[in-house]
Design a protein around this ligand. Structure first.
Ligand code: F6R
Length: 586
């Protein structure tokens, strides 16, 4: 859950690396650091924001280096725990993304050998292991292979060696590592985004591979030491357009981008679409798996596959997937949904399913991500890079694609055409922003929020609550509206705002009754509907659209509400505390 980047070339490495880790901040942002090959390895690390980094250009000058942005897992947010970590003799520096599961056992044996540790991290063992093996063999490749053999868990790491000042080495197992090939320069990073402004020629390291990079030369080996030949992929330059433009935050920009991203998500290869639909329809068992916001999209899929396409499926949280693995076999199809394609829980779920012979279909935003590459068939969201840590445009793109699948399976071309017109309604919602700002201002001091909805609106209630929690840090709960009477009403008092998702469909009157039950206990009701009603203390107007499509539209006011409440409370909306964009730990 961290970002790593290495640079080797003719240019000054420090600004390139700093800029690279800024682009990777979405993966973690509680501390950062870099190491540069100089007469001795030069090292700078710090807690806090990279944008506030004050570096003396002379302090860290060199053409080769590695850098890291951290999301703390093992050890608190301190300078000592920030990466790079350096070996005892200060000859080897490493940066690592992932978790070394057996680090305690390794650390004990290294301590017995006299190694001294300076951090509480799991990652530091990599530096000391490399040192141990390098001093035995004086061969970097041998040291690297022995190290990857010893460590368990998931990792992508980079290392530089004082003895070999023209080289960066890297290794990956279950965490991403990509190489960018520029003119007389090579980058190694967690994500293409960190170097796309320098090159669009990319080599994706596969699982269980190591890379040994010198200026102008790249060699890749498997974990047994056998050389592997790799192809070069040209990635889309659009990924480089990650500026905030006129918006104050990426999150707001991405909320507004839904006007176009919903439409782009519909541009899909018809042959692939048919194949995807066929696999789903023919599946004897269909499981949908995902985490967080993507799971909420999966819950909507469960409802609408059943309503529109008459396909029954189960939606299971990726982190719980192993609990039902006994039901997965070669007759099962798993549909995994993920923005990043790197979420450890999702990757773990599909790994288990693949071992049982199941077919893996995926809906993913990041092309060539691990999920993309591990799937039998993948659909891309086509919504462009999402930088704000909270998922917004990727969620509506996921929903749109899910509806596309549902309509395609039902041969409902009128439905598909209705999806194509959705962006008119996005405009309608965006025009409601001023009204939503007033509501945000009124309720920004609340300590608790509830979001309710029935049927397809229930996953959106969950999503509305998640957005508010992660962006504003207010406690929020999303609930199926019918569940209130089973206990939660006890928590409702005159200070409680309740967001009621209630467009005019077959759930309308029942949800209205639930709103009345809350109102009778003093709650402040924020209605989200195309129909105004006196029960609502505040009201966000939705356009009247096809009943089944409301989830795609009704989530947007909730994103805007969460954004403005967060801003009013002074939260860092693009980088909420304790979160990361790619959750690459289990
Ligand atoms: C919420 C959020 C997270 C992610 C979750 C899954 O705004 O961003 O809940 O949705 O970590 O991430 P992906 O979709 O990348 O698998």
């Amino acid at each position: 859950m961290c970002g790593i980047i290495g640079y080797i070339g003719d240019k000054d490495a420090t600004p390139i690396l700093l800029n690279g880790i800024k682009k990777l901040e979405y993966r973690g942002y509680d501390s950062w650091g870099l190491a540069i090959i100089q007469d001795e390895i030069g090292l700078v690390k710090s807690t806090g924001k990279i944008s506030e980094a004050k570096l003396d250009p002379l302090e860290l000058e060199g053409r080769i280096g590695i850098a890291h942005t951290r999301w703390a897992t093992h050890g608190g947010v301190t300078n000592e725990n920030a990466h790079p970590h350096i070996s005892c003799r200060k000859e080897i520096a490493i940066v690592h993304n992932g978790i070394i599961e057996n680090y305690q056992e390794i650390k004990e044996s290294l301590l017995d050998e006299g190694h001294c540790f300076t951090s509480q991290t799991d990652s530091e063992v990599i530096a000391h292991l490399l040192e141990r093996y390098y001093h035995k063999s004086k061969d970097i490749k041998e040291a690297l292979l022995a190290t990857v053999k010893k460590i368990k868990g998931n990792f992508a790491f980079l290392a530089i060696f004082q003895d070999e000042p023209n080289m960066i080495v890297g290794a990956r197992k279950d965490s991403p590592l990509v190489l960018g090939l520029g003119k007389d320069e090579i980058f190694l990073a967690s994500d293409v985004l960190s170097f796309i402004e320098h090159t669009d020629k990319v080599v994706f390291l596969d699982n269980l591979e190591i890379a040994m990079v010198k200026k102008g030369s790249l060699r890749i080996f498997d974990f047994k030491g056998k050389e592997v030949q790799k192809g070069i992929t040209q990635v889309a330059w659009e990924a480089s357009d990650v500026s905030k433009k006129e918006f104050a935050h990426y999150t707001l920009k991405e909320i507004y981008e839904q006007y176009s991203s919903i439409k782009s998500s519909l541009y899909q290869d018809p042959v692939k679409l048919r194949e995807f639909c066929k696999s789903i329809k023919e599946a004897k068992k269909l499981f949908i798996t995902a985490s967080g916001t993507s799971f909420h999209a999966g819950l909507v899929a469960r409802y609408i596959f059943s309503k529109i396409s008459k396909v029954y499926c189960e939606a299971i949280l990726a982190s719980e997937f192993s609990q039902i693995i006994e039901w997965v076999d070669k007759d099962a199809v798993i549909m995994a949904i993920s923005q990043s394609g790197e979420t450890a829980d999702v990757l773990n779920a599909i790994k288990g399913a693949k071992e049982k012979g199941a077919k893996i279909l995926s809906i993913v935003n990041v092309m060539n991500s691990t999920l993309d590459r591990e799937s039998d068939l993948a659909f891309y969201l086509n919504c462009g890079p999402e930088i704000g840590v909270a998922a917004t445009k990727s969620f509506t793109a996921q929903l749109t694609l899910i509806y596309l699948l549902a309509f395609a399976m039902a041969n409902d071309f009128i439905g598909v055409n209705k999806l194509r017109k959705l962006n008119d309604y996005v405009e309608f919602i965006l025009k409601e922003e001023d009204k939503i700002i007033e509501i945000a201002d009124k309720y920004k001091v609340s300590n608790d929020f509830y979001f309710i909805g029935r049927s397809i609106h229930y996953p959106i209630a969950l999503e509305g609550a998640l957005k508010l929690k992660e962006l504003s840090y207010i406690h929020a709960e999303g609930m199926a509206a019918g569940e209130l009477k089973h206990g939660t009403l006890a928590l409702i008092d005159s200070k409680t705002p309740v967001v009621v998702l209630n467009p005019e469909d077959n759930t309308y009157y029942e949800t209205l009754s639930n709103a009345l039950e809350m109102k009778a206990r003093g709650a402040k009701i924020i209605g989200v509907s195309n129909l105004i009603n006196e029960v609502y203390d505040d009201f966000i107007l939705l356009p009247k659209i096809e009943d089944s499509l409301y989830p795609i539209i009704e989530v947007m006011p909730l994103q805007i509400l969460a954004y403005h409440i967060a801003i009013d409370r002074g939260a860092d909306v693009d980088r909420p505390r304790n979160l990361a964009k790619s959750v690459t730990v289990k």
